[in-house]
Design a protein around this ligand. Sequence first.
Ligand code: BMA
Length: 334
Amino acid sequence: MDKFKIIGDPLPNIPWEDKPNNCKEIVWRSKKNPIIYRNAIPNSNSIFNSAVIPFKNGFAGVFRVDDKSRNMNLHVGKSKDGINWEIEAEPIKFNCDDEEMANSSYKYDPRLLKLGDRYYVSWCNDYHGPTIGLGYTRDFNEFYQLENVFLPFNRNGVLFPRKIDGKYLMLSRPSDNGHTPFGDIFLSQSPDLIHWGEHRYIMGTTDGWQSTKIGAGPVPVETSEGWLLIYHGVLTSCNGYVYSMGAAILDLEEPWKVKYRTKPYLLSPQKDYECVGDVPNVVFPCASLYDPATARMAIYYGGADTVVALAYTKIDELIDFIKENSLKEVLNVN
Ligand code: BMA
């Protein structure tokens, strides 16, 4: 794969299924979907919107588990192949100096990222309303919780995989205390992962599938064309919100500048496990694995707030698709 440069460690054991011959889509679903069912552990009501990452010779993950009392919490999972997962029955207990922060009444929608020898988890954390929680682990055994990143209300906090200009970067979507009927993606910067500022607007809603709100999905992927950002977009139908998946390419050095952004969605709720569940019509991407040598990418997404599903794409073909199918009127570079 030498058309574009994709930055990242080799991942020859990435889960993969070739695109079916009759498939014309740029992103295609796993035939094994859903890969995690709602009742995969004894007390789970649902398992969805979860994050995975290469770990040792296989994979580790932080999973959103809503239990049968409908508490939302984070659980560790391990897998040899990225498809069959063993999820721990008990939620993660974070080591944390601040008791109130540690005992937040809910944690959900995790993202995962490796920086140095630490695996960072960001999630939506209750602190007098939803905001962005941040913690790390080195071994998926002991977890440490840091200060909340922002004031409430905020969701969809996603870190960048490297510093830019000496600063850590995080995407987020300021929101309200409920099922927010608005939402744009912003970026914030920090010298130390504690103090955040220099906030920049990245992009907002447009029309169709992304007309109500948008939010960052998996950790962005660095390529020679810019940062590849997969995100979710929401429209409001007569039946409620509909969550689909799209993608954008952000400027490498100034990622608040949007170079391209898909007009059509890449994946929308169409299969029964995306349309039927606790919250119908939700496709919600939270993580991706990729192999730079082959450009293969596996995207993990929640289906209908109930199950975890998997889809695939080729990064080089996806970048071409985003460029060819980009919105023109709302970009802020070129
Ligand atoms: C958002 C979050 C997500 C969820 C989505 C659809 O506000 O709660 O976890 O997938 O709504 O219900």
